[in-house]
Design a protein around this ligand. Structure first.
Ligand code: ADP
Ligand code: MG
Length: 421
């Protein structure tokens, strides 16, 4: 017979049936995950296992007790053997890690030693062992409101272990956590399961993950777009100074000062372009991460700088191929250089600019997916983490999201391109 056994079980609330016809056997020491979208009744099922939700039909046996007929006193004793972990941690935030974990022992401590927080050496050692199991011993005396989400959840697990339960029920223990903490929390649960043979039943809201990936893919695209705006803002004016023909319009004449200025500016802009282009965006990202910290900002700067180098080169090569005669004609009317550039240069190169810029958008999105490896925001953080953890299922999900996004951007840019050529 299983630790938990259900036959044709229907659970719900005051005659509202939520889950019907459940047949289930969970054996001692198993680790079971219940996966499904929001609202299907995962919590209802899980909380049925400690008789929080009502049995409306069928049979449910937990640790040898029939929950359909159990009396209140027996239920209290049964619940002491079942630890529960919630999404929201449910710790006492003003108490220390130690006190929160110790509170898991309350049901088996005499009232007075509980009130005066008196613990025997053995109890201290036991609590310390639980801290080590969940890896929180460094923070033993910290107040719980000082901890990160992942640390809080690990304290909640230690509290549940301190109860010396036979079963742990975990209701979406990782949904409010970032992926790295989520993994460490799941590993902690697995440790508890293996080390103490505790049966673990856990709800996982897996679709949350896809949503998280999609949102961070959107962040990646935003990074690429902002980087592109930054780089066009730099590269467009700069490329006018990096092309001989436009430089001749801006600084007319052939006297020595003009030639000196032209050469100086030309060389300086080209140098900047070569420098920023020849340093890979990953290297820029590492530099900016150490300068401005983690997050999308260093990613935007890195991509922006690298891409502006590329665009200055491409733009100026495009500008140098425009027809000279219209420029000479306009200059001969006595128009200033801004007007000449606006009327004679820009119209000639617009299709080229648009197509180069769109090309860079695609390649920036691709690069932005990788930049997360350096801590510079976007989906790369997830990708890196999942690759390192050999979580191939997630890696595949992320790669599919990336490929679809790049394909969508490809279609959009093709549409824009045809409008401008
Ligand atoms: P899940 O955990 O899979 O997101 P739930 O078990 O929380 O789903 O909820 C399943 C259904 O039960 C929902 O339709 C919800 O409206 C209903 N429900 C949840 N809690 C209660 C309650 N306390 N009283 C009445 N209905 C509830
Ligand atoms: Mg739920």
């Amino acid at each position: 017979m299983g630790h938990i056994q259900a036959e044709n079980l229907t659970l719900g609330y005051s005659r509202k049936e939520v889950v019907q016809g459940i047949d289930l056997i969970i054996r001692k020491g198993e680790f079971l995950s219940i996966i499904g979208p929001s609202g299907v009744g995962k919590s209802t099922l899980l909380m049925g296992l400690n008789a929080t939700t009502s049995i409306l039909g069928g049979r449910l046996n937990v640790l040898g007790r029939n929950l359909g007929t159990i009396r209140y006193n027996e239920l209290k004793a049964l619940r002491a053997k079942i630890g529960v972990i919630f999404q929201g941690f449910n710790l006492v935030s003003r108490l220390s890690v130690f006190d929160n974990i110790a509170s898991g022992m309350l049901h088996r401590k005499p009232l007075f030693s509980a009130l005066f927080k008196h613990y025997s050496n053995q109890e201290y050692e036991e609590i310390f062992e639980y801290m080590k199991v969940v890896g929180i011993e460094q923070e033993a005396l910290s107040r719980c409101d000082r901890l990160s989400g992942g640390q809080k959840q690990r304290v909640a697990i230690a509290r549940a272990i301190a109860q010396r339960p036979e079963i742990i029920l975990a209701d979406e223990p990782i949904s409010s956590l970032d992926p790295v903490s989520a993994r460490s929390v799941l590993e902690t649960l697995k440790n508890a399961n293996e080390k103490y043979g505790i049966t673990v039943v856990s709800n996982l809201h897996q679709l949350d993950y896809v949503l998280k990936y999609l949102l961070s893919m959107m962040e990646t695209v935003q990074m690429a777009v902002l980087a592109l705006i930054l780089s066009v803002t730099i590269a467009f004016p700069a490329s006018l100074f990096a092309s001989r023909n436009t430089l001749n319009i801006i600084i007319p004449g052939n006297h020595r000062l003009a030639r000196f200025l032209k050469n100086g500016i030309y060389t300086a802009v080209r140098f900047f372009a070569n420098l920023s282009r020849s340093i890979n965006e990953i290297i820029w990202a590492l530099l900016f991460v150490s300068a401005v910290g983690l997050g999308p900002m260093p990613g935007i700067l890195a991509l922006g700088i690298h891409t502006s180098g590329v665009l200055i080169k491409l733009f100026s090569e495009g500008i140098e191929t425009v027809q000279q005669e219209p420029i000479d004609a306009l200059a001969a009317t006595g128009a200033g250089f801004i007007k000449v550039i606006c009327y004679a240069v820009i119209p000639q190169i617009t299709p080229f600019f648009v197509s180069m810029t769109l090309y860079r958008l695609e390649s920036d999105v691709r690069s932005a997916t990788i930049l997360g490896f350096t801590g510079a925001g976007g989906i790369g953080i997830f990708l890196f983490d999942k690759l390192r953890g050999y979580e191939n299922h997630d890696v595949t999900t992320i790669l599919i999201i990336i490929v679809i996004t790049v394909a969508v951007i490809d279609r959009i840019s093709a549409a824009i391109r045809t409008r401008y050529t």
